[in-house]
Design a protein around this ligand. Structure first.
Ligand SMILES: *Cc1c(COP(=O)(O)O)cnc(C)c1O
Length: 401
């Protein structure tokens, strides 16, 4: 059997045809597929506006600027995420604080956010941005976070890179991930390991027309043609002005053609992910696996999107837990099963230690989470036979201990 990665894309002939058709047409960069894709993203998420960009990281960067992050301000995010969730605020000149997570979910804690908001206000470095990370495919308490943010004049940008298609409950109502019902903006990533792919790619969603306009202009150099804001009368149809310092973060028509084709399969992909999760859940509820490993805790009232299926090695001592995890990682790798660890706490990264003064001691919840965590193969194309191979290999490791 060939190697089994922790995640990968699923591209069919119809996806390939969609891209080829685009290549044969008049537009390969800035054409009609971009707006169609943005419209389709609005329909899927329930948000009013979607601005598609070149990556999830670009989406975070633009959202941080649009949130008002600048030198002298700060942002809060999770220590258990990809570095981009924190870097976005640094790109915009702000600083970052990390709010610790629950060790059994990897999700940022509301009381930790509250503590940091108060501290930053006292220090005169007001928080302009909170980036809750929907780790593995579950959401933090967005309604509570939004309430705290509003009281402090901060914006909430949901990092929904893991949760496309997930839902949560609030007051008896069901809300979708990236709908921005309890956030100002949300970001998605279309990297091949995420729920759907455009190669590289990302998007910001929002319900605020002004934010959408700002994001569109920042995506393309800060240039606009809005007659109401031109500083001199347009000299002709060619006339435009650069009002802000923007970037070239555009996505292409070819990528959006692929995205449109992929988006039609999102629901089918999600069902596959949930089926795979259910089989893992079943395996980890029985001996010998239940003795040595436990899946992350499921948050009540959520429909999980399972970007990742994370298990944690059960072992009271952190150092030993980490040893056992390494053993299991190697055991699986030697059998062609390539797991991953998501994520090394950001507080450990030398860049943040040297520039923000973080330390390995900062977030005990994140350390506790990290010590035993392992992301198992989880992607729609993973066959039942492959999953059985994975489970049997883990069981072999478990019974040898
Ligand atoms: C993938 C990811 C990103 C960044 O997306 P790119 O498209 O790779 O730039 C940001 N945040 C999280 C949590 C991610 O998993």
């Amino acid at each position: 059997m060939s190697n089994i990665p922790y995640g990968k894309q699923w591209i069919d002939e119809d996806d390939i045809s969609a891209v080829v058709e685009c290549l044969r047409g008049d537009w390969i960069t800035q054409g009609p597929a971009i707006e169609q894709y943005e419209q389709a993203l609005c329909e899927k998420t329930g948000a009013k506006y979607a601005v598609a960009v070149s990556s999830g990281t670009a989406a975070l960067h633009l959202a941080a600027i649009a949130s008002g992050v600048m030198p002298g301000t700060s942002a809060i995010t999770s220590p258990i995420t990809f570095v981009a969730s924190a870097n976005c605020a640094l790109y915009a000149g702000g600083t970052v604080r990390f709010a610790d997570v629950d060790s059994d979910t990897g999700l940022m804690r509301v009381d930790e956010i509250e503590g940091i908001l108060t501290e930053q206000a006292r220090r005169g470095k007001p928080v302009k941005l909170i980036v809750p990370v929907d780790f593995a495919g579950q959401m933090c308490d967005l309604p509570a976070i939004k309430k705290l943010a509003e009281a402090q004049g901060a914006k909430v940008v949901e990092d929904a890179a893991h949760s496309f298609g997930a839902t949560y409950n609030c007051g008896g109502q069901v809300f979708k991930s990236a709908s921005c019902a309890h956030s100002d903006m949300a970001i998605l990533s279309f990297h091949p390991v995420k729920h759907i792919t455009t190669g590289e790619g990302g998007a910001v969603t929002t319900n605020d027309s002004k934010l959408a306009q700002t994001l569109r202009e920042l995506r393309t150099h800060g240039i606009h043609r809005d007659p109401a804001r031109l500083t001199r009368p347009a000299e002709g149809p060619w006339y435009y002005e650069q009002g802000a310092l923007g970037f070239h973060y555009r996505i292409t028509d070819m990528q959006c053609a692929l995205g449109l084709s992929q988006l039609r399969k999102l629901d089918a992909f999600l069902s596959r992910r949930r089926e795979i999760a259910a089989r893992y859940d079943e395996a980890f509820s029985r001996e010998p696996l239940s003795r040595v490993l436990k899946p992350l805790r499921k948050v009540e009232g959520l429909a999980h999107a399972y970007h990742l299926y994370v298990v944690q090695v059960s072992e009271p001592d952190l150092a030993q837990r980490s040893e056992r995890r390494k053993e299991l990682f190697r055991h699986l790798r030697d059998r062609g099963i390539f797991c991953q660890v998501h994520y090394i706490p950001l507080t450990w990264q030398p860049y943040y230690q040297n520039n923000l003064g973080t330390s390995e001691l900062d977030c005990p919840g994140a350390n506790e989470y990290y010590a035993g965590a392992l992301s198992l193969p989880m992607y729609p194309k993973l066959s039942e036979a492959e999953q059985v191979t994975v489970i049997e290999a883990i069981a072999q490791w478990a019974s040898n201990r």
